[in-house]
Design a protein around this ligand. Structure first.
Ligand SMILES: *[C@@H]1O[C@H](CO)[C@@H](O)[C@H](O)[C@H]1NC(C)=O
Ligand SMILES: [Zn+2]
Length: 374
């Protein structure tokens, strides 16, 4: 850097420092929202589809270290790792958590007005950027409180819970565990569980000119599909509502002139009630048609969450890493910027104003938890 540039740089930093000092409480200063958007952009710019999260992990590690955090990397498998960071207590009372993997495909960062488009802008790099900013601000304003807050960022949330499952082994006993996922900045009252199963159909192959010599695996399967679609699950939960079924994948067959010997369905049920009771209902209603086998692949309970006064609330109809979290945190929260309705879509975006609000909300929640008098 040339001496002249250095002087301009110093003058600029002093001016910016001045702006920070003068901003109204509650109003984000220009420089802190710039910091927020810049961190958010850097996170989104690095592709991190589940399974290849290491690059964005490396970025997070160096970002947090250069801002004074003590950072631990926890290996998950191969080059993949979780990140645990803290400033004071290495077994902090509050943990801010989210995931740094995304669903495919990668979509580049693009700003249009107040909207920031791109994969992960919302789910969940918006949560990560605003959590880190909230804690950075808290470290300036109340370092004692900030020293009781840790950051736990994991891989694999969008695929198989592998990150949080590994993180369960860390010797952490937080009083409060806060997951950041898109909830439109509202505290979730709870979220659904999930039941996954396959319907496997085995028939007898034959030439399509002589169908009476075979038995169509697809015809058998389509009958089961229509039975599944007609199920009305009897139970419901006062907060989470009813169980809903989706046939998400159908596979099988060879060609129009072959009676198919095999076909299958992959089915997911969002569980509001009890996964095993729902599974029994499915088995009972489907019965034992010829050539059909049902195979359970996963069952996750629904999760009820905590709230505090002064926050709006919502119900999340999706799953989160709480489905695999086995820690004993006394209180569990779920809150983050952005709408789940655009997450995982080609138009994934987040509003700049929602990111700024999320920083305030995370700070407010932490302060409420650690110092209820404030
Ligand atoms: C489902 O069908 C596809 C296509 O025929 C096949 O590759 C797959 O192995 C089947 N899965 C099961 C569990 O039978
Ligand atoms: Zn997510």
């Amino acid at each position: 850097m040339y001496p002249k540039c250095l002087l301009i740089y110093l003058a600029l930093s002093l001016t910016l420092g001045h702006v920070v000092a003068q901003s109204e409480p509650g109003e984000p200063s220009k420089s802190s929202s710039d910091d927020l958007f810049s961190l958010h952009k850097q996170l989104v710019d690095i592709e991190s589809i589940s399974g290849s999260e290491a690059k964005v992990g490396d970025f997070l590690v160096s970002y947090l270290q250069s801002h004074g955090w003590t950072v631990e990397k926890q290996s998950v498998n191969g080059p993949r790792f979780n990140i645990f960071a803290y400033t004071g207590n290495n077994n902090p009372k509050v943990i801010l958590n989210s995931h740094f993997d995304t669903v495919p495909p990668y979509i580049p960062y693009k700003v249009e007005g107040d909207k920031i488009y791109g994969r992960g802008t919302n789910d969940a790099k918006g949560s990560i950027a605003s959590q880190i900013m909230a804690l950075k601000e808290l470290r300036r304003e109340s370092p004692d409180l900030a020293n009781e807050v840790g950051l736990l960022y994991v891989v694999g949330e969008e695929s198989d819970c592998s990150g949080i499952t590994k993180a369960n082994e860390l010797p952490l006993t937080p009083e409060a565990f806060i997951i950041g996922e898109p909830t439109e900045n509202k505290l979730a009252l709870g979220h659904k569980g999930r039941l996954g199963f396959q319907v496997i159909s085995e028939g007898v192959a034959a030439h399509s000119g002589y169908p009476e010599l075979g038995r169509s695996a697809i015809t058998q399967l389509v009958n089961v599909a229509s039975v599944l679609n007609s199920i009305v699950f009897p139970g419901s939960h006062p907060i989470l509502g009813s169980d809903t079924l989706n046939i998400g994948l159908i596979q099988g067959g060879v060609a129009a002139n072959v009676v198919p010997a095999s076909a299958n369905l992959t089915v997911g049920i969002r569980i509001a009630t009890n996964p095993m009771e729902v599974w029994e209902t499915v088995q009972k209603i489907v019965g034992n048609p010829l050539g059909i086998t049902l195979k359970l692949t996963s069952a996750k309970e629904s999760v009820l969450l905590d709230t505090v006064e002064g926050f709006e609330t919502m119900v999340a109809k999706y799953g989160t890493d709480y489905n695999c979290y086995s820690g004993k945190a006394k209180k569990k929260f779920l809150i983050g910027p952005g709408s789940i309705l655009v997450a995982h879509t080609p138009n994934e975006y987040i509003l700049k104003s929602d990111l700024i609000t999320a920083v305030e909300l995370y700070k407010k929640l932490i302060i409420r938890l650690l110092n209820p008098k404030m």
